[in-house]
Design a protein around this ligand. Structure first.
Ligand code: HEC
Ligand code: HEC
Ligand code: HEC
Ligand code: HEC
Ligand code: HEC
Ligand code: HEC
Ligand code: HEC
Ligand code: HEC
Ligand code: HEC
Ligand code: HEC
Length: 302
């Protein structure tokens, strides 16, 4: 037993001592970087990371300041123009994006990023630093690359920027909501990167009254709000995917409806416009389209 113990000590001692010595030799220390990167160091000192590693040295990594992200920097100081000597996160970096992201994940694995691997962003080579700029407090929180979450997303998702300009939209361009109210940019179990397991659960977070339970359920509502609504914006009212009555007639035939209301000629621009189909159209009578709790609300009239 004693001999075995001694061997273990000798072996680990031999293996560990030279390694840690080599590591220490490569770190230049937080003060060294500031000598040349004066403005960057000053900006960084006011960020979450700067405040943490200066005031509360946590893990051994965190205590390395700049080098906790950029890696050991002694060789860089000797030869700053050699791009191999320091981990770079900017566009002209020669290190692969997976390596850059792994550096952040050293400390940020799990939590919101539990589904980061193979997510839409990860698998399309989007870098943490495409959305985050840890070098300065550009945004109010979250160390974002732009001032707000929405501007950060818009830098790549131009189509969604346009959709939110349509006449019916939720108050996101007005600054009252953000993309991350519905999406988790770090990955999720639901396509496309939704925060919840089902689309409807995302909507229920704010439109709780649509959750029910209802005595009379309307099948397509239970299935998915996307059967009738668009999430980002629509030129039809109420974010509808198609104007009424067309949206309803995608599923409901016009045959058999009382009073033959539903012919093309009954529409506002038809030959025999019917007042009951103008304006809110089918919803003039079927008002409780998301479900009804009235004992005789089976047709969503009440
Ligand atoms: C002797 C001055 C000097 C010191 C000290 C120094 N750097 Fe640099 N650093 C430079 C120069 C000069 C460049 C620009 C090289 C180039 O144009 O590619 C640079 C570039 C960089 C870049 C790449 C910027 C980019 O465009 O992506 C990073 C990151 C960086 N330094 C981090 C550090 C860190 C971390 C430290 C401390 C360990 C440090 N530097 C210490 C001079 C220095
Ligand atoms: C939390 C990780 C992290 C820490 C800590 C960090 N950086 Fe950076 N640094 C980055 C990222 C990410 C970028 C790329 C930002 C971008 O895309 O504009 C960057 C960019 C840079 C750049 C080039 C662009 C610029 O903004 O000037 C320099 C130089 C640099 N860092 C130096 C430093 C120095 C010096 C420190 C310590 C005072 C430091 N970094 C601490 C992550 C970090
Ligand atoms: C050495 C560990 C470490 C590394 C490496 C690291 N971080 Fe952090 N990061 C932290 C700590 C600690 C906090 C503060 C957490 C807290 O206060 O809850 C933090 C906070 C953050 C926050 C939240 C800021 C806020 O305002 O709430 C973001 C965003 C972030 N880091 C992004 C990054 C990115 C991007 C990288 C890689 C470029 C990175 N971090 C690398 C340790 C690290
Ligand atoms: C597509 C854009 C995007 C990418 C890529 C991205 N983030 Fe974020 N991240 C955000 C947004 C937006 C928030 C703010 C979320 C909020 O406040 O609702 C955030 C918040 C955070 C936070 C603070 C909240 C928390 O989870 O504690 C950390 C830390 C963070 N990100 C780390 C990372 C790391 C590490 C990576 C790379 C693996 C990364 N992010 C990649 C957009 C992104
Ligand atoms: C650096 C560019 C970039 C930024 C910034 C960015 N994205 Fe993306 N995003 C992509 C790419 C690339 C894809 C994958 C290809 C595609 O589906 O268009 C993607 C895919 C997505 C998807 C899933 C699409 C699908 O079909 O699965 C969602 C949702 C999404 N992004 C939301 C966001 C949100 C929210 C933000 C801001 C927090 C954001 N993105 C910021 C580049 C970006
Ligand atoms: C109210 C919740 C909500 C908000 C806010 C939201 N999205 Fe979406 N997003 C969705 C839903 C739900 C889908 C899936 C649509 C479908 O399945 O037809 C989606 C789909 C997407 C897609 C996949 C392609 C597409 O258009 O179907 C991208 C990319 C995307 N969103 C980006 C964004 C960006 C960027 C923002 C912020 C500007 C944003 N979303 C804000 C709910 C939302
Ligand atoms: C973060 C909160 C939030 C989430 C999540 C959310 N909404 Fe909204 N929604 C709002 C707000 C706020 C309004 C505006 C209410 C008002 O103007 O009275 C709104 C309005 C609407 C409207 C009415 C639009 C109009 O033109 O008047 C519809 C339809 C709608 N949301 C559907 C959805 C659907 C479908 C989802 C899920 C994909 C969803 N919402 C998720 C906050 C949210
Ligand atoms: C069968 C089609 C259909 C489906 C599916 C649907 N809606 Fe609607 N929704 C409508 C119609 C039609 C209106 C307009 C009602 C009116 O004018 O009174 C509307 C209006 C709304 C409004 C704004 C007015 C109000 O009642 O608050 C919200 C919010 C809304 N829907 C949320 C949702 C949510 C959340 C889901 C999923 C649980 C959903 N809708 C599913 C057809 C649908
Ligand atoms: C995606 C398909 C779909 C759309 C769009 C749709 N419905 Fe339905 N609706 C159904 C299904 C499925 C039922 C259940 C039929 C059953 O149980 O026999 C139903 C039931 C009904 C009922 C109860 C009558 C019955 O036969 O049970 C009424 C009334 C109704 N829908 C009106 C509307 C109106 C008004 C709209 C437009 C705002 C609309 N629906 C849009 C699929 C749809
Ligand atoms: C003027 C009021 C009114 C309008 C407008 C109206 N409905 Fe109805 N709807 C009724 C009444 C009343 C019934 C029940 C008739 C019965 O019990 O015999 C009904 C029944 C239904 C039913 C049950 C199946 C059936 O054929 O009896 C469906 C589905 C339906 N309506 C769909 C629609 C759609 C889709 C629209 C729009 C194109 C619409 N309704 C517009 C009053 C209206």
């Amino acid at each position: 037993m004693i001999i075995a113990g001694m061997i273990v000590i000798i072996v680990t001692g031999l293996v560990l001592a030279p390694l840690s010595a080599a590591d220490e030799a490569e770190y230049a220390g937080a003060a060294a970087c500031g000598q040349c990167h004066i403005q960057a160091s000053d900006n960084w000192a006011h960020t979450v990371h700067g405040r943490r590693s200066i005031q509360i040295p946590g893990t051994p990594d965190a205590a390395q300041g700049c080098e906790s992200c950029h890696g050991p920097g002694a060789r860089h100081i000797e030869n700053p123009v050699d791009k191999n000597t320091i981990l770079r996160f900017t566009k002209n970096s020669i290190q692969p994006i997976t390596e850059q992201n792994a550096q952040c994940m050293n400390c940020h694995q799990g939590g919101q990023r539990i589904h980061w691997l193979n997510s839409a962003h990860e698998s399309h080579d989007v870098a943490c630093s495409d959305c985050h700029n840890p070098m300065a407090s550009v945004s109010q929180g979250g160390l974002l690359a732009k001032q707000t979450i929405n501007e950060t997303c818009y830098s790549c998702h131009q189509q969604q920027r346009a959709e939110f300009q349509r006449r019916s939209h939720m108050p996101l361009p007005e600054g009252k909501m953000s993309c991350s109210d519905c999406h988790n940019p770090h990955g999720g179990v639901t396509d496309p990167l939704l925060k919840t397991v089902r689309v409807n659960d995302t909507c229920f977070e704010c439109h709780a009254e649509k959750r029910g339970p209802f005595l009379w359920e309307h099948a397509p509502v239970r299935d998915s709000c996307m059967n009738c609504h668009l999430p980002h914006g629509s030129n039809h009212d109420m974010l509808l995917d198609a104007p009424r009555p067309l949206i309803c007639q995608q599923c409901h035939s016009q045959l058999g409806h009382p009073n033959d209301l539903l012919t093309r000629g009954n529409l506002a621009n038809g030959t025999f416009p019917d007042a009951r189909l103008i304006g809110r159209s089918c919803s003039n009578c079927h008002t409780q389209i998301h479900g009804s709790n009235h004992p005789s609300g089976v047709l969503f009239h009440r």
